[in-house]
Design a protein around this ligand. Structure first.
Ligand code: ISL
Ligand code: CA
Length: 556
């Protein structure tokens, strides 16, 4: 076998040096709209979240990342904020929010909030005043005259189409996302003061930090034309700019460090080199960043155009990030991505085994693991039949863009349904009742019919369920110095099988992940199987079963 020798190990990566409080935490992302509805209006809300705090505690969650609950007209489900210091009435009141923070705190759960500061909603007071001609507020955004009949530059929007929209006065404003999300002008010190005030407002309420939305694009170097590329022309003018680093340092020094926060940046198009500059402890910017390279393993440059997913490529990417950044933020799902069992696993015969494998993988890596709501029960992509069932602004904008390019309906439908962000936004399946226990009313987005067997209630009662595997794995990680704090090193393995070690002083663990639906012959190191998804059929004959996950401890 070409892979046998333990000598063929990859680069060793030490435990991270940080002693910060969040270092060994498990983070759970809540997308409030889809989590739990308390009043039957079909929309998840804060009282709904409060009612599930015991569930999260029982699972082993230390930190909740709450996607936006601020006032918003909801064109991008809260990522278009119209008032940073108030709660969207659809989600509840400020009293509910205070209660959530307080109850979570009593249970030992911290909350980080989404901080969306690249843009506001066009319904924010600032933008309304700007449109009305108030010079102070015009300076909060980017307004510019077009060039003849064309917009000020050739930049593209993340959601398809142009990044500029014409106002009724004939000039244009910049929006890297939808036209309902005008970009803030971070050259303006008044914008800095406003946002710092917002951060302090929430930190004073007892919030433990922020997940900073598209934080590495906020500072635009210039509004020059971008060079030609198929998508997102103009990005060289705003990705990871020096101005952005400077702002992050200032946030950190003046605010974050004073509150001992945990700050994770959502950073688009980053390489490990960029990530190091954004999140090395010594530089005093972010604590860690979300990268996307592994999410794009099956995309042809643009996520709507898929290519065959090859597990060995995923392994290579994860290994690269494991061995390059100080504290990786590990995740396989979020509210913008398809479900991980659809992405990297198997939704047929090996649904259960592959969901458990992905859990084992995510929770064995070096860094801070993030779990997205519903991932812990193996939720799958939404079972949408038509584009009309989708609600996401991105899906609709892309549909329009594809129409302009003369894509036929059947093709648009196929491409969009398989990748739409709504796939991960269907209501959490709490039980097998009509609306899966999510709401007593009509849910804002269709509940998946597989709630009949994929649901929290059924899985809580079954000791071999995916849910109980998550609980077991979280518990295992928390009690293992090697997993929570040890070094990482990849071990040579057959293609599509990921083997690595995690090692601390007196504990060496070998982690085995068979990312395929076939048996794989491997060499087993160590002495004792201590965790796995085929635990009842302990075999030592050199095979890993389909999607098998196994942790073997070595005597050292
Ligand atoms: O969804 C995407 C493709 O995978 C990304 O392009 C996504 O839009 C990008 O990662 C930024 O996402 C964040 O900011 C957006 C918001 O729509 C997303 O939900 C949020 O996570 C604008 O605020
Ligand atoms: Ca509700």
């Amino acid at each position: 076998m070409e892979f046998t020798k333990e000598l063929l190990w990859g680069k060793i990566m030490g435990a991270s040096s940080t002693k910060k409080w969040w270092k060994n935490s498990i983070v759970y992302q809540i997308y409030p709209r889809s989590f739990c509805d308390s009043n039957g209006d079909g929309i998840g809300d804060i009282p709904g979240i409060i009612s599930k705090l015991h569930y999260l505690k029982d699972l082993g969650v230390d930190i909740i990342w709450l996607s936006p609950v601020y006032c918003s007209p909801g064109f991008d489900n809260g990522y278009d904020i119209s008032d940073y210091k108030n709660i969207n009435p659809e989600f509840g009141t400020m009293e509910d929010m205070d209660k959530l923070i307080c109850k979570a705190k009593r249970m030992g759960i911290k909350i980080i909030m989404d901080l969306v500061i690249n843009h506001t909603s066009d319904e924010h007071e600032w933008f309304k005043k700007a449109l009305a001609g108030d010079p102070k507020y015009r300076g909060y955004y980017y307004f510019s005259q077009g060039k003849g009949i064309r917009p000020p530059n050739n930049w593209g929007s993340f959601f398809g189409g142009r990044a500029w929209t014409k106002t009724s006065k004939g000039d244009y404003y910049l929006h890297l996302f939808s036209k309902k999300q005008p970009d803030l002008n971070w050259h303006n010190p008044e914008v800095y003061d406003e946002i710092v005030d917002v951060m302090r407002f929430w930190l004073d309420k007892g919030i433990a930090g922020f997940r900073c939305d598209v934080i590495n694009v906020i500072y635009k170097n210039s509004l020059e034309n971008g060079r030609w590329r198929p998508i997102l022309k103009g990005r060289e003018h705003y990705l990871n700019t020096e101005g952005c680093h400077k702002l992050l340092k200032q946030f950190n020094k003046e605010v974050w460090s004073k509150y001992k926060t945990f700050i994770v940046g959502e950073t688009v198009f980053v390489t490990p080199e960029d990530a190091k500059l954004l999140a090395d402890e010594s530089r005093g910017e972010l604590d860690t960043v979300f990268f996307f390279e592994h999410m794009d393993v099956d995309s042809r440059g643009v996520k709507w155009f898929k290519k065959q997913y090859r597990p060995y490529q995923l392994i290579k990417i994860i290994d690269k990030w494991q061995t390059s950044v100080e504290v990786p933020a590990n995740y396989l799902e979020n509210h913008d991505q398809i479900r991980s069992v659809n992405h990297f696993g198997n939704i047929g015969k090996y649904w259960e085994q592959s969901a458990k494998l992905l859990c084992g993988l995510n929770l064995s890596l070096r860094g801070v693991p993030f779990i997205y709501e519903g991932e812990e029960i193996g939720m799958t992509n939404g079972d949408f039949r038509s584009l009309r069932e989708l609600k996401d602004v991105e899906s609709h904008n892309i549909n329009k863009a594809m129409k302009r390019l003369l894509f036929v309906h059947s093709l648009r439908k196929k491409l969009i349904l398989q990748t739409s962000r709504d796939n991960a936004r269907t209501p959490v399946q709490w039980d097998d009742s009509e609306q899966a226990g999510f709401t007593t009313g009509k849910p804002w987005l269709k509940v998946n019919a597989n709630k009949s067997y994929i649901n929290v209630k059924a899985e809580s009662e079954n000791e071999n369920s995916i849910f109980n595997f998550y609980k077991g794995m979280i518990d295992f990680r928390k009690n293992s110095v090697a997993l929570s704090d040890g070094t990482y090193r990849r071990v040579a393995s057959p293609s599509d099988v990921y083997i690595f070690t995690r090692e601390a002083k007196e504990e060496r663990l070998y982690i085995y992940c068979n990312l395929t639906a076939t048996n794989k012959i491997v060499e087993f190191y160590g002495d004792k199987i201590v965790f796995g998804n085929y635990a009842s059929e302990e075999q030592k004959d050199g095979y890993l079963k389909p999607y098998e996950f196994r942790i073997i401890a070595a005597n050292i």
